[in-house]
Ligand binder design. Structure first.
Ligand SMILES: [Zn+2]
Length: 181
């Protein structure tokens, strides 16, 4: 496994179209293992492959967020499709590992149902509530190149852009260490 650099806004890679996974092979397994190690290192709730520079339709969600034991491996979603979103929504401050220290209120469905493949190529359906539902919607956004930035109003967008353009790797690491999401 290898720790990968988390790509930060406004790196254009985050806007690169993602492609569906065509084969769950050693190459993909390696990306997923690296994603797990990278997410653990910053205690994140979820991570999309494109955030480590792999424009594939893959994301992972931390086990404790997904309602499993903290010691379990993250849940891996390959070629995920949102099947259903509840009409009931909630607006909460949301963070992103590609925007260290930035929080934007985002309205999300309280419940989300996602169909995906696991690392064995087996289809499964996950239904998440609250934080899990929010994480599913947030990570899925990365696959369609939608970012936290897009949920901010025009004034906040300017602030985010300025902050992110000036942010050094050291500053980002310190901010992420304080709050990974
Ligand atoms: Zn994110």
């Amino acid at each position: 496994m290898a720790l990968r650099r988390i790509i930060r806004f406004p790196d254009p890679v985050l806007r690169q179209p993602t492609r569906p996974v065509s084969a769950i092979d050693q190459r993909l397994r390696q990306i997923v293992e690296d994603m797990m190690e990278t997410m653990y290192a910053v205690d994140g709730a979820g991570l999309a492959a494109i955030q480590v520079g792999a424009p594939e339709r893959v994301f992972i969600i931390d086990a404790s967020v997904a309602g499993a034991a903290r010691t379990d491996l993250p849940v891996v979603f390959i070629n995920p499709v949102i099947e259903w979103l509840s009409a009931e929504t909630e607006t909460k401050e949301e963070g992103c590992l590609s925007f260290p220290g930035i929080f934007v209120p985002v309205k999300r469905s309280l419940v989300a149902r996602v169909r995906a493949l696991d690392l064995n190529g087996k289809e499964f359906v996950a239904e998440g509530r609250d934080l899990y539902a929010r994480a599913l919607q947030h990570e899925h956004d990365h696959l369609i190149n939608k970012l936290l930035f897009d949920y901010a109003g025009p004034v906040k967008r300017q602030v985010i852009k300025r902050k992110m353009e000036r942010m050094t790797d050291e500053e980002a690491a310190a901010l992420v260490a304080r709050h990974g999401d």
